[in-house]
Design a binder for this molecule. Structure first.
Ligand SMILES: *Cc1c(COP(=O)(O)O)cnc(C)c1O
Length: 391
């Protein structure tokens, strides 16, 4: 019924586009949160075949899932507690981000226990105030890292940081972060740490801030085809189509309350179409009366409150029947909304919509022809429902 079609050709296209934008730098495909909801393993394989050479994840569990699938490319993980046991990371050859001396100790102990050298990426906090060592903590982190390196426990592969706001090239905060990053690198050099890699850029920075590229770039959202800079189009292709099916229709008169509340009451006779996709599937409850979908290629509004498992679409006088295909979002090529439209309706970003697609929604990966080619708009049909609310 409700399923997410994942176009691996779009992932390939986006990876190539990002690799071209960052010519001279390596590309780390960020596949955290199950590849932003697209399936980490198939996305990783596709990205690695089309220009990425690294993978980025948050947790050890995510990193080990990639290794279990037989993926041997370098992987960086960056979120864990300093009391987590990192032996498995070291044994599976996972690079580990380090933001504190406590975390360095943990990693060094894992190296001791496993008899291997652990690989660290030292993270500087250049203004985001999340992970990373502050400028006050940085010298201590460097000294401790050098000590463990000299003891043969650690290899220091990178100095890195993360940007606060890469969407606006003129943002003074961006300049401050770049300066802070430069100081952190100089201090590392001064402390005798010459890490082979430096990395900073997320999607928006890859596409519009060459001064942030350094040796390696870390795109996430752009891989999946959502344009990361408001108002700019770089030619990315959305990879996910969230589709469903009309399972019931009914003709109702004026004054009919729809869904819980009700927050919507029909003004005239109309056809309501029931679609089995709700907030448990990733349709945000916060869309108010702004959202629409396509039914058999025609844009129609969602009416009434989004429930856990279903929404009601006002199809007006369209000849909608059970079995008609519903596109919740897709590439936009056939008149359907995009994930960015949904992000706008829900007052959030595309990242949250994509990672919110529920686990009960099957992901269907394909390349070449879409498994559902019925999406093109039939010329005999109108483009919008009569009752379409402006969006
Ligand atoms: C999520 C993440 C990225 C990717 O960010 P996008 O804006 O989605 O490109 C890069 N680096 C780090 C550290 C992240 O957490």
């Amino acid at each position: 019924m409700t399923r997410a079609l994942i176009d691996l050709d779009a992932i390939a296209h986006n990876t190539r586009l990002l690799a071209r934008a960052a010519t001279g730098s390596e590309v780390m495909a960020v596949v955290k949160a199950d590849g932003f909801g697209h399936g980490a393993v198939p996305v990783a394989r596709t990205a690695l075949a089309h220009g990425a050479s690294w993978l980025g994840v948050t947790s050890l569990r995510e990193a080990l899932e990639l290794r279990s699938a037989g993926i041997t490319a370098p992987i960086l993980m960056w979120l864990y507690a300093p009391f987590e046991i990192l032996d498995e990371a070291v044994l599976a050859d996972i690079d580990v981000s380090v933001s504190s001396t406590a975390a360095l100790e943990t990693l060094a102990r894992a190296a001791e226990r496993t008899g291997r050298t652990a690989t660290a990426h030292l993270k500087a906090d250049t203004g985001l105030s999340r992970g990373g060592a502050t400028s006050a903590e940085w010298p201590d982190l460097l000294a401790t890292a050098a000590k463990f390196r000299d003891a043969g426990l650690l290899a220091i592969r990178a100095v890195w940081s993360h940007l606060q706001h890469a969407e606006d090239p003129g943002d003074p905060g961006l300049l401050r972060q770049l300066e802070a990053f430069g100081r952190a690198r100089d201090e590392a050099h001064g402390a005798g740490i010459d890490a082979p890699l430096t990395h900073l850029a997320n999607s928006a920075a890859v596409l519009q801030l060459p001064e942030t590229h350094f040796d390696l770039v870390r795109p996430g959202i752009a891989l999946y085809g959502a344009e990361p800079v408001p108002g700019r189009v770089f030619g990315l292709r959305p990879a996910m189509t969230l589709e469903s099916t009309v399972i019931l229709t009914k003709r109702v008169g004026p004054g009919t309350g729809v869904s819980y509340g009700p927050e919507f009451v029909t003004e005239r006779e109309t056809t309501l179409a029931l679609v089995p996709a709700g907030y448990a599937d990733g349709v945000p409850r916060s869309i108010g009366d702004r959202a629409s979908v396509t039914i058999a290629g025609v844009r129609c509004p969602i009416v009434g409150r989004v429930a856990m498992d279903q929404v009601v679409v006002d199809a007006g006088d369209l000849p909608v029947v059970a079995g008609d295909r519903v596109v919740i979002f897709g590439s936009g090529a056939n008149g359907e909304p995009t994930v960015s439209d949904w992000a706008g309706w829900a007052g959030t970003n595309a990242h949250e919509i994509l990672t919110g697609i529920g686990t009960r929604v099957p992901r269907v990966h394909y390349s070449g022809e879409s498994p559902n080619e019925t999406s093109s708009r039939s010329p005999s049909r109108p483009v919008e429902c009569a009752e379409m609310t402006p969006s």
